[in-house]
Design a protein around this ligand. Structure first.
Ligand code: FAD
Length: 405
């Protein structure tokens, strides 16, 4: 791979975390050529995690989530094409077609288009709230900000966003009711055992989580009514749909890129020569225990690490893939995970206990550690990270016990 030169033109589609960080890091590494940053939102790049936390709980205004401050924008020296959506990609001419029919051609293309909130198809779908963008956050604020204290807000989905929204709404004096379809929230992410350990957190925080919910429809006349297949209806003043994400890859169909639950990329995050994909949209190569697999991960640190990795690859600097990481602040606690274990991997609690509300657990597949999950134990997680740097058996991990140091 030849490094970027001053006469190159890097076109970045998606002005979110990964796209913006990539531009920033390229400049920090000394790239002097042209950069164009295309984003369909009208806002300068901003951070999403605060939307469900500090902003929804009322601690921050939206402006505090801005990533691209005016000084940083100046330093980035990029052409911003905001409020413009990419609708086509032509690899022969290395060009991106926009929704106003203009075309941006470059020497290198980066796709960092993220995901969208998965919509629900109920009677009242248009009136349901979601939380993916800054505009969603403003709409949510407008609606929940006008509710009486203790008003019921139904939250469909008990995953990360649902739990964080519930936590923030309680802090505002509202009464969220989380409606989860599975046996327990997060069971498909952290697995059966760990989801049992996490489950009591919601009730300890005074938040009602109803599991195995089968919603038939959500209707609205003045207030919302959630109807179930085999349970009494729930009336709510607002309904938030937090049921995961959707990918929009339609604009890339026929482009020649491999699209399969994301844009499939190689070890250097390239989907084709000089065309890369980053962040939530990228299906990348990950080594988990003894297995190599293509995964797609929708977490902040992974998007930021992708940006760092690609910028280093394209500037011919040393780059190694990072271990996936996420955190979530929910029900008054911090959950953190390193690695990308399968939910069916065995999970072993190696420090703390459920009753202490502080613990550290290792995931194990074929006797090898595949991931680390921590509740309110950031230090334990940081010290245990070394176990994922090389192939480590569970016996070796427990005899070394780095978290105990
Ligand atoms: P995005 O940040 O989504 O950026 C993609 C951008 O591309 C968007 O602006 C999008 O509108 C734009 N775009 C899409 N299609 C086009 C197109 N065709 N043309 C032009 N532009 C386009 N992760 C954690 O690890 N911990 C957390 O606590 C956490 N909290 C979160 C809370 C919320 C409310 C949300 C929504 C996400 C949270 N995340 C969290 C996830 C994290 O924010 C994402 O993983 C991260 O934003 C992914 O970055 P990205 O650049 O891939 O995508």
């Amino acid at each position: 791979m030849s490094p970027l030169r001053a006469n190159d033109h890097v076109v970045v589609v998606g002005a979110g975390l990964a796209g913006w960080r990539f531009v920033e890091i390229l400049r920090q590494l000394g790239y002097e050529g042209r950069v164009s940053l295309i984003g369909d939102e009208i806002h300068a790049p901003y951070d999403r995690p605060p939307l469900s936390k500090q902003i929804l709980s009322g601690k921050w205004g939206l402006e505090k989530a801005t990533l691209a401050t005016p000084e940083k924008i100046e330093r980035a020296n990029a052409t911003f094409l905001l409020g413009r959506r990419a609708v086509g990609l032509d690899l022969d001419t290395m060009s991106v077609r926009l929704d106003d029919d203009s075309v941006v051609a470059g020497t290198h293309i980066v796709i960092a288009t993220g995901t969208t909130a998965r919509p629900l198809s109920y009677d009242s779908s248009g009136a349901l709230l979601t939380l993916r963008t800054s505009d969603d956050a403003a709409r949510l604020e407008q609606i929940v900000g006008a509710l009486e204290p203790q008003s019921v807000v139904a939250i469909i989905g008990g995953g990360f966003i649902g739990a964080e929204v519930a936590t923030s709404l309680v802090a505002r004096g509202l009464r969220p009711v989380v409606l989860e379809a599975q046996d327990r929230p997060l069971v498909t992410v952290v697995g059966d055992e760990a989801s049992r350990w996490l489950f009591p957190l919601a009730s300890a925080a005074g938040i009602e989580v109803r599991t195995r919910q089968r919603i038939r429809d959500v209707t609205t006349v003045n207030k919302f009514t959630v109807d179930f297949h085999a349970a009494p209806s729930l009336e709510a003043r607002a309904v938030v749909a937090a049921v995961g994400s959707a990918l929009d890859l339609q604009w890339l169909e026929g482009s020649g890129l491999t699209l399969d639950n994301g844009i499939v990329v190689d070890e250097n995050l390239e989907a084709a020569p000089r065309v890369a994909a980053l962040g939530d949209v990228a299906r990348f190569v990950h080594t988990s225990g003894r297995d190599r697999e293509q995964i797609r991960v929708e977490h902040w640190q992974v998007a930021a690490d992708h940006a760092w990795h690609l910028a280093h690859c394209w500037m011919d600097e040393e780059a190694a893939p990072a271990v996936p990481y996420f955190w979530s602040d929910q029900y008054g606690k911090k959950i953190q995970m390193l690695g990308h274990p399968h939910p069916e991997d065995e999970v072993v609690m190696v420090s703390g206990s459920v009753d202490e509300l502080k613990w550290l657990a290792l995931y194990v597949r074929d006797h090898v550690v595949t991931g680390i999950l921590a509740l309110s134990n950031p230090r334990g997680l940081a010290t245990a990270k070394v176990l994922l740097d090389t192939l480590t058996t569970i016996d070796d991990a427990t005899s070394r016990a780095p978290w105990a140091s």
